[in-house]
Design a protein around this ligand. Structure first.
Ligand code: CP3
Length: 346
């Protein structure tokens, strides 16, 4: 917090979320604290399990700050994972090295027995990480909290792992529609409470990751992506009316249309498949975040330079937060991240 009597320091990302345009857009990257950084791998090796890292505030804060110290991004994103929500709701969650998350697949009976927001204290260590971060971050760096969208979180709870097209969750939703609706509702209520606590602890804005929204048909997208995210946004704003929220319905394609209006998010996170003309249209209605193909960032050279230029040329005249279209991957060369930032900042 800025406690001087002077004008508070400008946090550019928050200004963009209010609709402001900058000549050079502010920049951060999804998964910016992660395995492509040697300093992350060093701490990760000492931390024991991945969840232990998420639930140890000092270490989680240190890892969050690593990319800020190295690259000077305009935002830090809280180091945690979307799957701490099922963990707090009483499901067993673990992460297998090199493979990803593992959960006990949930059945309809177990959905009735999930813990509600009385169990939110399970996430107190993450909230403590937020407080530490707000104290340690430079004033001009925005602090972002996050959660997974109910649909994306549910896909992992049902399949027990990531699958290429989330068919297990789609099947479950067709076969047990009412139970599935109830599951998403419970996740939405829990997630809203979690985001409120993050914002109260000092997060400047929050992002809702719907990484798997692209596998649904039109009606299902409305029911399982739009309505549950709207529920989270409404619950958060009941408590914090001016809460700033970024929605990221990855690979929603044409269904990006109307998502901002229907859910109430301030900013749309775009993946790299969105055509430029459509992205500009969406930007006409408010802030946009994205959307460099993370594989261009691995490739570097011409692929990287052209990718960044296209975004700056196409979207740089409106409210833009420069980001990737999905998380950075472990094999990405650090020099390419430096190059990307140099190009964005001009
Ligand atoms: O962006 C950040 O730097 C903040 C931290 C963050 C992590 N996960 C850390 C993490 C965030 C915002 C997430 C979100 C997340 N987690 C999503 C939504 C965004 C997306 O990528 O689609 C999803 C679907 C998950 C679930 C998850 N967690 C998966 C599928 C995996 C395995 C894949 C992988 O990259 O290993 C994780 C593990 C995970 N979450 C790691 C990190 C840094 C790697 C694990 C490790 O370091 O051992």
């Amino acid at each position: 917090m800025n406690n001087s009597a002077e004008k508070p320091t400008e946090r550019k990302i928050i200004e963009v979320l209010k609709g402001r345009h900058y000549e050079r857009p502010p920049v951060w990257m999804m998964r910016q604290a992660g395995r492509y950084l040697p300093e992350y791998r060093e701490i990760r090796a000492k931390a024991g399990s991945f969840l232990n890292l998420c639930y140890t505030p000092d270490i989680a804060a240190e890892v969050t700050l690593q990319p800020i110290k190295r690259f000077g991004f305009d935002a830090a994103i809280l180091f945690s994972d979307i799957l701490v929500i099922p963990d707090a709701m009483g499901r067993k969650v673990s992460f297998v090295e090199g493979e990803g998350p593992r959960l006990e697949p949930i059945n309809p009976d177990e959905i009735k027995k999930l813990k509600g927001t009385e169990a939110i204290g399970h996430l107190d260590p993450v909230i403590e990480t937020v407080s530490i971060l707000r104290n340690e971050l430079p004033d001009e760096v925005s602090l972002l909290g996050f959660c997974g969208a109910p649909w994306t979180v549910a896909t992992y709870m049902i399949a027990g792992r990531g699958t290429p097209d989330q068919a297990p969750a789609r099947l479950f939703s067709y076969e047990n529609e009412k139970v599935f609706e109830n599951l998403l509702d419970q996740i939405a209520v829990f997630s809203a409470q979690y985001l409120i606590k993050q914002l109260e602890a000092g997060a400047d804005a929050v992002q809702i990751f719907d990484s798997w929204s692209g596998v649904l048909g039109e009606k299902e997208f409305e029911k399982w992506c739009v309505l549950p995210v709207k529920k989270i946004v409404d619950l958060v704003r009941q408590k914090i009316p001016d809460a700033k929220i970024i929605g990221f319905p990855k690979s929603a394609g044409f269904l990006y249309q109307g998502y901002r209006q229907k859910t109430g998010v301030d900013c749309l996170g775009l993946d790299w498949s969105v055509p430029m003309s459509f992205a500009k249209e969406l930007q006409g209605e408010g802030a946009i975040q994205g959307n460099l193909d993370p594989v261009r960032l691995i490739a570097g050279g011409k692929a990287l330079d052209e990718g960044v230029e296209e975004i700056i040329e196409g979207l740089g005249n409106g409210p833009l937060i420069f980001n990737l279209g999905h998380g950075i991957t472990p094999q990405t060369p650090i020099a390419n991240v430096e190059r990307m930032i140099e190009l964005v900042r001009g």
